[in-house]
Design a protein around this ligand. Sequence first.
Ligand SMILES: [Zn+2]
Ligand SMILES: [Zn+2]
Length: 177
Amino acid sequence: MTLVLAALLGVLGWTFTEYMFHRFLGHEYAKYTEFGTQHLHHHRDQDYFAPASAKAKLSVVVSVLIGLVAVPLAGWTHGVVFTASLVSSYLIYEFIHRDLHVRAPTGAYGRWARRHHMAHHHTSPGLNHGVTSPIWDIVFGTRTTSDSVRVPKAKAPVWLREAKDDRYAEDYQLFGR
Ligand SMILES: [Zn+2]
Ligand SMILES: [Zn+2]
């Protein structure tokens, strides 16, 4: 196995972790975990993100656990590259997720990722558990791809709520006050 493959598997491993954590700890078994409590708080108030300290703690625990499995399976170098790639992907996810809520889209990926995640927040919390990719939603049949997402204006992200023109009309229907 080349190191590039180990790194790519780390990215894929993150997208799987993202899906599983979000779907099961964040929603289906939310009431049993602190992760779930924090995540439901984020659903009630999109400007709320779990404290960095909680995220740091969880990411250290998860990376040690993943490293403990990956190193014996793939050897030191490949195991460490896989784990480092997965953890880096997690950090990139953190930036992307925050961006989806606080910054207007630029580019096709940003536009897709916002529509995908806003559909999860506003119309179908049981669907679209992937945030950075739709891969595992496709695999597990939890993807929704409505053309236009209905979002209550009062809960819309600020970039959508305060858009000066109707540039997002194709992707979102705002309703209410
Ligand atoms: Zn979110
Ligand atoms: Zn959620």
